[in-house]
Design a protein around this ligand. Structure first.
Ligand SMILES: [Zn+2]
Ligand SMILES: [Zn+2]
Length: 486
């Protein structure tokens, strides 16, 4: 068996390295030449019959990243971009692409200004405080080495988020307003000016703004949060009835923390590292979770649901296998963290079922993942626009796919089990949620255990909804306007 990729230079390796499923090893025949340069021995097979040597594979990998950004033109030159890192293979490879891109010669250089964020989720993954400390230290060393500003947060900090994180920021409602071309020209102009003023831009892009206004904040504290806060987080997860809802809760807390970091540190763009494999799993999972209406925002290249902060998924055309090879060949370090911890006898989650289903199929039908991925691309459509925050889901911030009023008839059990504090009743949350989040919400335990920021914002919205109802007859027009819009 070809244990390590490149272990036998010419072997056309068919399966990913690492803990992935193994098939009977392909027979090592003559070392085939690289289809690109015709010189090096093929070390990786990208598509059937296309064996690349290491150097060409690296070039292909790096080019793909640049091409993805170039094609979509969402990231403007000089813009601050926050890379959300998990320590896993895909986001680690993403970080390396950004480092590669910034160090290239001028014509091909990436021109944005990166920052890094890592969320420590050890508390809900069954790690001991010692293991968490160790993990954090390891991760911090990696982040520090890049020279980029970085932020460390723990999942516990989600409990201290403000309710406003659930509101859409004052961004453009639709497309980003300044055209890409104008932004590029402005950037070039500015660079010329700087070159004329000083002795040129000798510092690599991305490092220069570290000391700008608010840029010297790279003073992270790799310390664990207070034990009481960890206990509160664990209570929150223990109250959740199913592993599926726990996975959703974890994703929600993580994404809100990242969003909050981006907002408070002034990053208008966030890059996440979902691979093609991850996107395919997410597509099917979200379909099963009743999020069909949001597939485009949940998995597309651009996710603009937050208004002021745009999420970008530049790794979504890389297969997990490609990423594994790349990391292995070029020594990209990763930090492995365990998945969400489960109680014994707990049923598995829809997320994990979908993953093992797809990866299982992929073993015998190697085009499974890419077929699902491409199908998702075709299904993608512009989601319905929401006029006001009352028309957006409280938890996922997507435009509500259910008209608020029709669902108010709830099972009596839901209402009676509450202890009588009005705004905290389950029934009060339902009209604020999309179809899928309602399903998840029903498995999340009593509203009293929800994160404080969710409860605060729910109260705020219920209040506004009531107020709107009361003044309804005095309003001239029915359609509301986004606060701040004129
Ligand atoms: Zn080659
Ligand atoms: Zn929702």
């Amino acid at each position: 068996m070809c244990e390590a990729p490149g272990g036998c230079g010419g072997c056309a390796v068919g399966s990913a390295p690492g803990p992935a499923r193994r098939r009977p090893a392909p027979v090592c025949s003559q070392p085939r030449p690289c289809v690109k340069c015709g010189e090096g021995a093929a070390a990786v097979v990208i598509r059937v019959g296309d064996g690349f040597c290491r150097a060409c594979f690296r070039e292909y990998f790096v080019h793909k990243f640049r091409a993805m950004l170039g094609k979509n033109r969402v990231i403007f030159p000089g813009e601050k971009v926050l890379l959300a890192l998990s320590g896993g293979p895909a986001s680690s490879a993403m970080l390396r692409q950004v480092q590669e891109g910034l160090s290239r010669e001028t014509a091909k250089r990436l021109r944005f200004v990166p920052g890094l964020v890592y969320i420590d989720e050890g508390a809900v993954c069954g790690q001991s405080p010692e293991q968490r400390e160790q993990n954090l230290a390891q991760m911090e060393a990696l982040l520090q080495e890049t020279g980029f500003p970085y932020y460390l947060a723990s999942l516990e900090q989600a409990l201290e988020l403000p309710g406003s994180v659930l509101r859409r920021g004052p961004g453009a409602a639709g497309e980003p307003c300044p055209s890409y071309k104008v932004a590029v020209e402005g950037f070039i102009q500015q660079r010329r000016q700087e070159a004329a003023d000083g002795d040129g831009d000798t510092s690599p892009a991305g490092l220069s703004t570290q000391h700008g206004p608010g840029g010297d904040l790279a003073a992270p504290r790799a310390r664990l949060p207070a034990a009481a806060l960890t206990a509160e987080l664990l209570r929150l997860f223990e109250a959740v009835e199913t592993l599926t809802a726990k996975e959703e809760l974890l994703q929600m807390l993580r994404s809100h923390l990242i969003l909050h970091t981006a907002r408070t540190r002034g990053y208008p763009k966030v890059m996440t590292g979902e691979s093609c494999t991850r996107v395919a799993v997410k597509l099917l999972t979200n379909l099963a979770l009743g999020r069909g209406a949001f597939l485009a925002v949940d998995t597309g290249f651009v996710d603009g649901r937050h208004g002021d902060v745009t999420l970008v998924r530049p790794m979504r055309e890389y297969m997990a296998k490609e990423i594994a090879f790349y990391n292995h060949f070029f020594g990209v370090p990763t930090v492995i963290t365990p998945p969400l911890s489960t109680k014994r006898r707990e049923k598995t989650s829809i997320h994990r079922l979908m993953e093992s289903f797809l990866l299982g199929l992929q073993v015998d039908f190697p085009s499974t993942i890419s077929t699902v991925y491409r199908t998702g691309e075709k299904l993608s459509a512009a989601p319905a626009e929401a006029g006001s925050e009352l028309q957006r889901c409280l938890l996922c911030l997507c435009a509500l796919d259910i008209a608020g009023e029709e669902e108010l008839a709830l099972e009596p059990t839901l209402v009676t089990e509450e202890t009588g504090n009005g705004p905290e009743s389950r029934a009060a949350f339902i009209p604020l949620l999309c179809y899928s989040c309602r399903l998840t919400f029903k498995e999340m335990g009593s509203p009293a255990t929800l994160p404080p920021y969710v409860r605060a914002e729910a109260q705020h919205r219920s209040c506004r909804a009531r107020m709107k109802e009361q003044i309804q007859e005095f309003l001239l027009e029915d359609d509301e306007e986004e606060p701040g819009a004129s």
